[in-house]
Design a protein around this ligand. Structure first.
Ligand code: PGA
Length: 263
């Protein structure tokens, strides 16, 4: 039985004071529910503050990205061992925004290579997280033109195979995958629940092929992209969806609490 997971991705928002206040607000608005795991992924600079505020309160803390090397001359980067040192349990990898693909902000295609995220770097990041016993939240999803061209399933299968290549299935039982159609991120246009469920079930099928069905059964598959309290009920009751990765709506503790409660 997979426990539902509702994760808030705060992206580049909140100072430390604002972050601590948001955790307080969330704790007040939502009691501990053993049936739902709640996770917050603040910016690096607020990780320690959020970890302290969340301590003893059944809220897990995750990072939004990681670099794969353990240490060395990598200016501006943060390693999995540094996250582990802070007591962080989860880390998002391969988010469309670290891949340079923004749902709302039109980024010129020529800038995408500067984000330097490929399936290969996502794979290295997952390996470094597993090595440090952190749980990766692997994001996959198509851009609008890929969906229109009927390439959604092929794109996602390629992202999964690239990200998980060379990994030992037994190490991935705690893996979380988030289906995040890029065109639905931050745009207010969420993917309708039946289609999101179809893609999530398809993802589990690919995971069964790559990792074996036993491990694939344990992987939690989330939906992300304009999740809010007005659509979370329908999304979370859809077969194949084990929770949500919530961006904008996780910044308001009351709204995020409503989403948690609907799970
Ligand atoms: P959104 O972002 O909820 O603001 O669409 C989701 C995400 O990027 O994880």
């Amino acid at each position: 039985m997979r426990t539902k997971l509702v994760a808030g991705n705060w992206k580049m928002n909140f100072t430390r004071v604002e972050a601590a206040a948001a955790v307080e607000g969330l704790v007040k608005a939502v009691d501990y529910r053993p049936s739902v795991e709640v996770l917050i992924c603040p910016p690096y600079l607020a990780l320690q503050t959020v970890a302290a505020a969340a301590s003893g309160r059944a809220i897990a803390v995750g990072a939004q990205d990681v670099f794969w090397a353990t240490s060395g001359a990598f200016t501006g980067k943060v390693s999995a061992s540094m996250l582990s040192d802070l007591g962080i349990n989860y880390c998002i990898v391969g988010h469309s925004e670290t891949r340079g693909r923004f749902g709302k902000l039109e980024t010129p295609a020529s800038t995408v290579p500067y984000f330097a995220e490929t399936d290969e770097t996502v794979n290295l990041k997952i390996k470094s997280l597993i090595y440090c016993s952190l749980t990766p939240i692997l994001c996959v999803g198509e851009i609008e033109s890929e969906r229109v061209a009927g390439k959604t399933d092929t794109v996602i299968e390629g992202q999964l195979r690239g990200a998980l290549s060379g990994l030992v299935p037994e190490e991935l039982a705690s893996l979380v995958v988030a289906y995040e159609p890029v065109w639905a991120i931050g745009t207010g246009k969420s993917c309708d629940a039946p289609e999101a469920g179809r893609v999530c079930r398809q993802i589990r099928g690919h995971l069964a092929d790559i990792l074996g069905s036993e491990v694939a059964e344990d992987v939690r598959i989330l939906y992300g992209g304009s999740v809010k309290s007005s659509n979370s009920d329908e999304i979370f009751k859809t077969d194949g969806i084990d929770g949500g990765l919530v961006g904008g709506a996780s910044l308001d503790p009351q709204e995020f609490a409503r989403i948690v409660l609907s799970a």
